[in-house]
Design a protein around this ligand. Structure first.
Ligand code: MLT
Length: 407
């Protein structure tokens, strides 16, 4: 008989975005004539940039000819892409991450979900609240928590992001082994200052803890004083790993390409206290379980960093940021205080009351899909998240419909 990993029974019945999709599909079935505007899951709506498409096509053409065909590539990614990323995303910001410290993958969701495999079962894990659910669910699956009650799993340390701390939780006053951080934040849209990140790095160094820094939304930062990478902070190379993605940066949600930076100087410790290079362990895991991102996709990703590619993807992100500004001012005009949406595609709105009820109300009365804050944790109750990923016209219409429904 095959026995179940009973940790899976502790999980809530479905993943947040699957539950939203289920409710939306039920609504559409019951109301086939209602057209819905989706500002829920953060999925891009614009096509790939022309420079990216051209490189993608050229990559496919290479695969179609005997002389340029390629089979398995390096599991860690092709050097042409790793070197480009090292130069543009790190060296250009005075952050030291070499090409060989970069692991190309098919998504930050997979990498942030998989990374916990490297840590002991009894590790003390800190997660933000509200939180991108992947960090929590993967630790539940791995058996690092007790049961779920009252919006929380026992055994995890929750870092509360509230209006009082501008949704940037400070380091805890207890020891943790691993802390997940996400800036610009999903779901609150909050950004962390250099000083706040430096405080986290100092904490991690003092506690020999590790920061798992999710920077999937860094391309939305327009304020020059805000760091894009944890490695812009002195001392981070010994205590942090960073996850990046081209999903939101360059519209790759359906194309799939991301990367994780694991500095060679970052250590983890065995029970005897001996240090081991995290880079070697992640490399071992990656080579065992992953065979690399396809060659044409990596060529397409490289083109994101070309001068034309940069101009084109910046214009895409600028468009989403303009949507975010429209959402923020419409929400403010309705008397709800918005957070985020300035260096982020997400607007975090305090509605008060039950956030699933508010979600249902906007779905039923306005035909607009948002994300209920409670789906991101206990601190998300009383909030909704509105995503700026849609066309300018749809965003405008959605905000008019919301104003009518709530007015
Ligand atoms: C979100 O809406 O939070 C994101 O699209 C989820 C993801 O990137 O996996």
């Amino acid at each position: 008989m095959a026995h179940l990993n009973e940790n899976f029974l502790k999980l809530e019945a479905s993943y947040l975005f699957s539950e939203i999709a289920r409710r939306v599909s039920a609504f559409s079935k019951a109301n086939p004539d209602r057209d819905l505007i989706r500002l829920g899951i953060g999925d891009v709506t614009n096509p790939l940039a022309p420079a990216v498409v051209n490189a993608f096509h050229a990559g496919v053409d290479e695969m179609a000819s005997e002389s340029t065909f390629r089979g398995y590539g390096p599991e860690q990614g092709y050097d042409f892409l790793r070197e480009t990323i090292s130069e543009h995303d790190f060296a250009a910001r005075n952050a030291e991450i070499s090409a060989e410290e970069i692991f190309i993958s098919d998504g930050a969701k997979c990498d942030t979900g998989n990374f916990q495999e490297l840590f002991a079962a009894d590790s003390i894990i800190a997660v933000p609240d509200p939180v991108y659910p992947v960090y929590v669910d993967t630790n539940v699956m791995a058996g690092r928590t007790g049961t779920f009650a009252d919006g929380r799993y026992s055994g995890l340390v929750y870092l509360e992001g509230t209006a009082e701390n501008n949704f940037v939780p400070p380091p805890p006053d207890t020891h943790v082994d691993v802390a997940y951080l996400c800036f610009p934040n999903n779901p609150t849209g909050a950004t962390a200052t250099r000083e706040q990140l430096a405080e986290w790095v100092a904490y991690a160094r003092a506690e020999k803890a590790l920061l798992l820094f999710d920077a999937a939304y860094e391309a939305f930062i327009r304020d020059d004083s805000i760091p894009h990478s944890i490695f812009e902070i002195e001392g981070a190379r010994e205590v942090a790993v960073e996850f990046r993605s081209l999903s939101k940066t360059a519209g790759f949600t359906g194309t799939r390409c991301a990367f994780t930076a694991v500095p060679r100087s970052c250590m983890v410790y065995d029970t005897a206290g001996n240090a081991h290079a995290l880079h070697d362990l992640w490399n071992r895991r990656h080579c065992t379980k992953f065979n690399g991102v396809s060659y044409p996709v990596q060529k397409a990703a490289e083109a994101v960093y070309s001068p034309e590619g940069q101009a084109q993807v910046t214009a895409l992100v600028d468009g989403y940021l303009e949507n975010a500004a429209v959402i923020r001012s419409a929400i403010q005009a309705l008397g709800y205080p918005p957070a985020g949406g300035e260096n982020s595609p997400y607007i975090w709105v305090q509605t008060g009351g039950d956030s699933w009820e508010f979600f249902d109300r906007l779905l039923n009365e306005a035909g607009v899909v948002v994300t209920p804050g409670a789906g991101f944790g206990r601190c998300g109750e009383g909030y909704i998240r509105i995503s700026a990923f849609n066309s300018a016209t749809n965003v405008q219409t959605a905000m008019e419909r919301i104003a009518q429904a709530l007015g």
